[in-house]
Design a protein around this ligand. Structure first.
Ligand SMILES: CC(=O)CC(=O)SCCNC(=O)CCNC(=O)[C@H](O)C(C)(C)COP(=O)(O)OP(=O)(O)OC[C@H]1O[C@@H](n2cnc3c(N)ncnc32)[C@H](O)[C@@H]1OP(=O)(O)O
Length: 416
């Protein structure tokens, strides 16, 4: 059954101590309804709600129900609308999207909403991310997995040394970056070129957390986080929310003409799950994207615009390889040659990516979809990819060993 994205919305991302979870949820839901041209959400049959960190702020269970209750009270959603709470770290929003899509496909909903809401920035506890991942990683035997890459990384001149002031996520990506440099000859300048490209893209994204262009030299000179990564190559701590509304073809036919015209078709949605053996295999992205290409009857050469999970700028290099947009090991040179910049062969992260746009975990996957829907509608203004018809999202979540625990690939197509 065809599934259509009829609304997509992302709140401004950033350090937003003024906005609590309910306020961010309201922003996302009212925003997506307005985007879809709906006066209210009373026709929504089901809501899938993603969050990872609300426990830190005192809300452990039924997180979405609590955040959505004021909207039910205000008459924006029907009483008794079911809410499904999901958690998938940085891919939580994509998991919520999958839930909404599956309900439409199964016929249990005609109109389904996916929402992701997150608050990471705590002025009273700036190391909250570090604490969460450190606790979780103990049970994943992190050191055993890091050892697999550590020797190669050391040979590249970047021996792993645990340090304060950063979460272990940045360490795992630093080690992978060093391994890539040693194995393929990728340079730190190429990683910095990816960061500089995304910071330049974010200048044109009014919702982005950081909208200041940076040169390669400025990126390299920024605060060291975990060698070879500097701060300007790392996703920041962010608050924000995003939402996507999906429906079936029969429902689409009943909606206002402007909503129908701006609707985007889902061509493929594939997930893969992590294992403890990832260090011995290609990333989760490779099997996921191969299935997605087969499902859509498309290949990498058909993709016009991409949003990838650049938790660090190194990740973008690796993911462009795993998505088959360039040869394995060639991601650094591909980016440095401008192929992934706006105006290049296949623009990647026109939104600015996680590094500049921000990375409020559970909202991230849905914000990527918002960007791609905006691009396919031709509404992205100064960051528009000319003639974009097919778009691809890659969103990773959590970490098992050294790679993600969840990978989501979504392919979207412009209608008409
Ligand atoms: C495993 C998965 O599930 C997959 C994943 O995605 S893992 C990723 C999950 N996210 C993370 O782990 C977050 C990683 N990032 C961090 O922990 C921190 O941002 C950091 C350690 C990299 C830097 O922390 P810090 O040094 O304390 O910097 P911070 O105080 O936040 O920022 C200071 C200034 O630097 C600048 N800055 C920070 N990050 C920046 C960035 N990415 N780009 C540009 N400028 C930046 C800003 O001017 C900022 O000023 P504001 O406070 O006004 O925003």
């Amino acid at each position: 059954m065809d599934v259509f994205l009829i609304g997509a919305f992302t709140s401004p991302f950033g350090k937003r101590p003024e906005a609590d979870f309910k306020a961010l949820t309201r922003e996302a839901v009212t925003g997506v309804l307005a985007d879809a041209g709906l006066d209210d959400g009373r026709a929504i049959d089901t809501v899938h709600f993603a969050n990872s960190f609300m426990h830190h702020w005192g809300q452990h269970l039924i997180r979405g129900n609590v955040c959505l209750a004021p909207l039910v009270e205000a008459g924006l959603l029907l009483r008794h609308t079911p809410v499904f709470n999901v958690e998938g770290a940085c891919a939580g929003g994509s998991i919520a999207f999958r839930g909404a899509v599956n309900e439409v496909r199964a016929g249990s909903a005609r109109l389904a909403l996916a929402v992701g809401v997150e608050k990471l920035f705590d002025p009273d506890n700036p190391t909250v991310m570090q604490q969460l991942f450190d606790g979780g990683f103990d049970s994943f035997d992190r050191d055993r997995w890091m050892r697999e890459y550590r020797d190669t990384a050391a040979a590249a001149g970047f021996p792993y040394a645990p340090g304060p002031g950063r979460p272990v996520t940045m360490d795992t990506y630093a080690i992978q970056a060093a391994w890539h440099m040693a194995t393929y000859g990728t340079t730190v300048e190429q990683i910095a070129a990816v960061a500089a490209k995304n910071h330049a893209h974010a200048v044109h994204n009014p919702k982005a957390q950081y909208r200041t262009a940076m040169t390669v030299e400025q990126v390299l000179a920024d605060k060291p986080i975990a060698a070879p990564l500097t701060r300007a190559m790392c996703a920041p701590m962010s608050d924000g929310a995003a939402a996507v509304l999906v429906c079936d073809g029969a429902t689409l036919a009943t909606l206002p003409a402007v909503t129908r015209q701006r609707a985007v078709r889902l061509r493929a949605n594939v997930f893969t799950g992590g294992s403890f053996r990832q260090a011995e295999e290609p990333s989760l992205t490779r099997p996921a994207v191969d299935r997605a290409y087969a499902m859509a009857g498309l290949g990498p050469e058909d993709i016009d615009v991409v949003e990838v999970h650049d938790a660090t700028s190194f990740c973008e290099i690796y993911q462009t390889e795993m998505l088959r947009l360039c040869p394995e090991g060639g991601g650094g040179a591909f980016a440095a040659a401008g192929e992934t910049a706006l105006g290049g062969r296949v623009p990647v992260n026109p939104s600015g990516g996680l590094v500049s746009k921000g990375h409020p975990l559970a909202a991230t996957g849905l914000s990527m979809l918002t960007e791609l829907v905006t691009q396919l509608r031709g509404e992205a203004g100064a960051r528009q990819v000319a003639g974009a018809r097919i778009a691809l999202q890659q969103n990773g979540g959590g970490t098992l060993g050294l790679e993600e625990a969840v990978c989501s690939i979504t392919i979207l197509e412009r209608r008409g």
